[in-house]
Every structure is written in structure tokens, then in C-alpha cells.
Write a protein that binds this ligand. Structure first.
Ligand code: FS2
Ligand code: SF4
Length: 528
């Protein structure tokens, strides 16, 4: 196998051999390559016909989402997805199969060509591929809420097509930045889908205590699945607790109105095996990140949508959560309320500081900056992961000066979201903007502040300190580059798929730098 798409890739170069660091087996990696090759074949067919339908876009988005890290470990599910992609291609250019002198224009792509390409070409094409994989997750969450953007859909095909095409570095670089441009539109689409469906997020305190009685833990990013689960458990004496990237769901008016959406259990994805080991409750996975479940709790793991693991019960598109509900009732939950704490000992966290909530205090913020009460903003955001070096982010937040604001989003926040950093002018110093896709909100806040001060985003007293793990972080990074944002600090390590030349390009043109120590980085960033 060869895979180097995530931050924990073996030896910071690539997973090879029989199993990846994430637990993905070589045959699964092979099938994911086959699926990607089939998707490129489908994109080529789209380029060759005008007969595309909604189903074509959905197939492409679903296929790409399936290949994100920690989404699907299930060979049978991936094989089904490959067949779906091939069937869709046949529906567009079925005659290609009967052609006596095939031109090869709609052939599937052999991913070995990419993995064995010149390292700079491989690097640029990997940025495109991993970026659109991440973007596909956002497009998927939007389309389950019936929101689509034809330009976003079309771009998935364009990008896939270019991965299978011989192009110069300059041409590929344009496509790399276009992934960032289109991902901004895709995140805007999802922001619209979430807020028009569930209301505008509002700051909300969330307890980490689990009440006695039956409960279900729901993890991942898909708000629609949470909504359906809340509806199906209503009045059944079962409480629902969010986990990981589902925490921001508590802030949406239409979700928080369910009285049995009680609180949050646990921290970020890499702690699942420890945190899920002994709980008397089932866990529903709506997306990544899925850690391979231990045998001690695999019978309590339920998956839905594209997330899949052999040996777990998969809830299909009919969305009948009865097996999860029955498991919750059978296990019965805790006999007494259990008080859990976050990583730093806090017993509650706060979420819901989306762009609307923050910008509703824009006058206060602008005044505080003008008076010097706020010296700097730090966006400390992104994925969590298992590497010990990720403690950097906890220390960084703890050491930010008392006249600075820390904005955060995505699952990396669990390293510090239970800290009480105090307030400035009635605003908390630490504000959780939501899931990783809510990077869109952070961008809106930055643009609004730049407008208010009549400067560019790069001239604001604002620093981006990002942690990455999987491919959604890649598309967000490309969006920030597309917007021309400079001096981003990135960690805990730099992507293995950046060749020395491409990394050099990013350093020279965007000032991207790896994290060093919290002390040193804070000192340097406060001066920029
Ligand atoms: Fe965290 Fe995993 Fe949100 Fe990533 S739960 S690393 O998928 O997308 O962030
Ligand atoms: Fe390795 Fe990451 Fe690929 Fe898993 S997803 S095989 S850990 S590079």
C-alpha cells in the first residue's frame, strides 16, 4: 500500500506495508485507490457528455468522502461504491464499453501513475486530490439538507479530470488554488444549509455531566443524523450526548430545543478507545473520525452514511435508528449521574460563537481594539490527533496574553476548551466557533474586521495557528491561501505530500511556517 494523505502518516513520509497508522489495511487502501481511479474515469465521462444528473454529482461527492481518513474501513462498502461509480459512468457513456476501437478518453485512472510521478507533480496533484476529498465532506453535509451549488459540483469533476491529465506545475498550481476558492463557496453553502435548517448558532454552555439512565453518544459532523436521532428518541427516556465534532450542535436553536440533548461526552477522536471502552451506551458515528473499535465495545458501535467498519451495525439511508435505541435501552446507562471533566479539569464547555454571534458584538470588539483592551486575535484551530507534540496547542492557548482573544473551531479545541480564560469587555477570551467547516465563519469575521479597520486581513492583529490531521484541513488551508492569508503557523508536522519545492513555494509566497514552541511563536506573532 501507499498512502500519505494524513498527518500521522508513517515516518512523516507515507504508510506502506500491510497496515497504515490509522489501522487501514493494504487491501482497503488498494480499493480506495481503485475507487479514486474510477471517479477520475467518471469525471472523464462527464467531460465527454452533457447527460449528467443530480445522481452523478452525488456519486462523485459520496465516492470522494468515502476515501477520507478514518471514514471507511469496510472493503465491501468500498466495493459497492466502486460499482456505483462504474454504473453511473455507464449511464453516461455506456457505449464506450461496446466500442470496437476504444479511444481511452473515459478510462479509469491507475493511481500508481500518481504515486510514482515526479515528486513536485505528485505533490501538487495530491494537494488537489486531498483538498477535494475534504471539500466533498462539506458538499455531502449540505446536500443531505437539500443544498447544492452547481459550480461546486462541476469543480469536483474538473479537479478529478486534471489529476488524471498531464499538466505543467504552473497549471496544476492554478488548480490547487482553485480548490481553495471553490471550497470557500462550498463552506458558504454548508453554512447556509446549517443555519437555514437549524437556525443561527447562539453561545451555549454545555455540561460534561452524563445523567443517569439510558443514553446514546453521537459523534461526527452530520447535523441531519443528529436531528433524526433526536426525533426518534423523543419521549423514550433516552438522553443524547454529543462527542467530538458534534459538540457545536448544541448551539443550533432547532436542535437545542430537544430537552434530551443533554450535554457532551468525551473529547476528540483519538481518545475514543479509552473513552468508549466502558460506557454503558451505544455510539453512533455519522462521519469520521472513526478509530478502529476495540473488541470490548465494537458491539456498541453503529455507523451511518459513508462511515463504515466491518462487524459494526450500519444504519442505512432509511434512517431507522431502532437498533441504536434498543441497545441504549438494553445497556441502561449509568445508575447515578456521572461528572466528567475536560482535559484541563473543567466540567463544562461553551460553544456557538459563530460569525453571526461574534459580529453581533462587532462594535464592542472594534472599540476594544481601538482602546487597546484587545491587543491581538489568535485563531487556534483545526484537527486533533494522537501525537504528543499536539500539547503545543494547549500550552499556546494557556500562554496567550490576557489582552488577546482566542477563536477556535474543529476537534483540536478539546485540548483547551474547558479552560476559563476570563473575559474582555464582556466577551469571553476563548470562543468556540464550531466545527471545522465553520472556518468559513472565522473568515467572515476576519473580513468584517478588516473592512471596519480599512485594512487587509494580513494587516489585522490576527494570527492563524492551525493544527491539521485529515483532508478537510487541506481544503481549508487552500482556502486561506486562495484568500492570500500569510504567516500561518502549521503543525504538529508539515504534510508529507509537500515536496521540498512546493513547500519552498508556500514559504516564499505565503510565509507558512511550522510551529516551534508556544513561547517563541507567541512572541513572533505578536510582533507581526
Ligand atoms: Fe476532527 Fe476528524 Fe473535523 Fe477532522 S473529528 S480530525 O475529521 O474534520 O476535525
Ligand atoms: Fe497512513 Fe493516514 Fe493513509 Fe491511514 S490515512 S494509511 S494513517 S497516511
Amino acid at each position: 500500500m501507499f498512502c500519505f494523505q494524513c498527518e500521522q502518516t508513517a515516518g512523516c513520509t507515507g504508510c506502506t506495508g500491510n497496515t497504515g497508522v490509522c489501522g487501514k489495511k493494504a487491501d482497503t487502501a488498494q480499493l480506495q485507490d481503485e475507487l479514486t481511479g474510477a471517479l477520475i474515469g467518471l469525471a472523464r465521462a462527464v467531460d465527454d457528455t452533457s447527460a449528467v444528473s443530480k445522481k452523478t454529482w452525488q456519486t462523485i461527492i459520496e465516492g470522494l468522502f468515502t476515501t477520507i481518513t478514518n471514514v471507511s474501513f469496510d472493503n465491501a462498502a468500498i466495493e459497492d461504491m466502486i460499482q456505483k461509480v462504474r454504473a453511473e459512468k455507464d449511464s453516461l457513456v455506456g457505449d464506450c464499453n461496446k466500442c470496437q476501437s476504444p479511444c481511452g478518453r473515459t478510462d479509469e485512472y491507475d493511481m500508481q501513475q500518481l504515486w510514482n510521478a515526479d515528486e513536485d507533480i505528485r505533490s501538487l496533484k495530491s494537494l488537489i486530490l486531498f483538498g477535494i476529498r475534504g471539500m466533498a465532506a462539506y458538499a455531502y453535509h449540505a446536500y443531505v439538507l437539500n443544498f447544492e451549488d452547481p459550480e461546486v459540483n462541476q469543480f469536483f469533476c474538473e479537479a478529478l479530470f486534471r489529476i488524471g491529465y498531464a499538466e505543467s506545475m504552473d497549471e496544476l498550481l492554478q488548480t490547487v488554488l482553485k480548490v481553495g476558492e471553490i471550497n470557500l463557496k462550498c463552506m458558504a453553502l454548508l453554512d447556509k444549509a446549517n443555519t437555514q435548517t437549524y437556525g443561527t448558532p447562539e453561545p451555549t454552555d454545555v455540561t460534561l455531566t452524563v445523567e443517569k439512565g439510558p443514553f446514546i453518544v453521537v459523534t461526527g459532523h452530520d447535523l441531519k443524523d443528529l436531528q433524526l436521532l433526536l426525533e426518534q428518541t423523543n419521549g423514550k427516556g433516552i438522553n443524547i450526548y454529543t462527542h467530538g465534532e458534534m459538540l457545536p450542535a448544541h448551539a443550533y436553536p432547532l436542535l437545542k430545543k430537544f430537552p434530551h440533548l443533554k450535554g457532551n461526552f468525551g473529547t476528540a477522536w483519538q481518545n475514543q478507545q479509552k473513552e468508549f471502552d466502558h460506557i454503558p451506551a451505544p455510539i453512533l458515528y455519522t462521519t469520521n473520525c472513526l478509530m478502529p473499535p476495540k473488541s470490548s465495545y465494537i458491539d456498541r458501535v453503529f455507523t451511518t452514511e459513508v462511515v463504515a467498519f466491518p462487524g459494526t451495525v450500519h444504519i442505512d439511508e432509511q434512517k431507522d435508528f431502532t437498533p441504536v435505541i434498543e441497545k441504549a435501552l438494553e445497556l441502561g446507562g449509568y445508575k447515578e449521574d456521572q461528572t466528567f471533566t475536560g482535559i484541563n479539569g473543567g466540567t463544562q464547555v461553551t460553544t456557538g460563537f459563530g460569525h453571526s454571534a461574534i459580529l453581533s458584538h462587532a462594535d464592542t470588539v472594534i472599540e476594544a481594539v481601538k482602546s487597546g483592551a484587545i491587543r491581538h486575535f489568535f485563531l487556534v484551530a483545526g484537527c486533533d490527533g494522537a501525537k504528543p507534540g499536539r500539547n503545543y496547542y494547549t500550552e499556546f492557548v494557556k500562554q496567550t496574553p490576557s489582552d488577546s482573544i482566542v477563536l477556535t473551531l474543529a476537534c483540536g479545541k478539546f485540548r483547551f476548551n474547558d479552560l476559563n480564560l476570563g473575559e474582555i469587555g464582556g466577551l469571553p477570551r476563548l470562543m468556540d466557533m464550531g466545527q471545522c467547516n465553520d472556518a468559513y465563519g472565522a473568515i467572515q469575521v476576519a473580513i468584517a474586521l478588516a473592512d471596519a479597520f480599512g485594512c487587509s486581513v494580513n494587516e489585522l492583529p490576527l494570527s492563524f495557528v492551525l493544527s491539521w490531521y485529515e483532508q478537510k484541513a487541506v481544503c481549508i488551508l487552500l482556502t486561506l491561501l486562495h484568500l492570500g492569508i500569510k504567516n500561518i503557523r502549521l503543525g504538529p508536522s508539515l504534510p508529507a505530500f509537500l515536496s521540498p519545492n512546493i513547500l519552498n513555494f508556500l514559504v516564499e509566497n505565503y510565509g507558512i511556517a511550522p510551529i516551534t514552541t508556544p513561547e517563541e511563536d507567541i512572541k513572533v506573532l505578536l510582533k507581526q
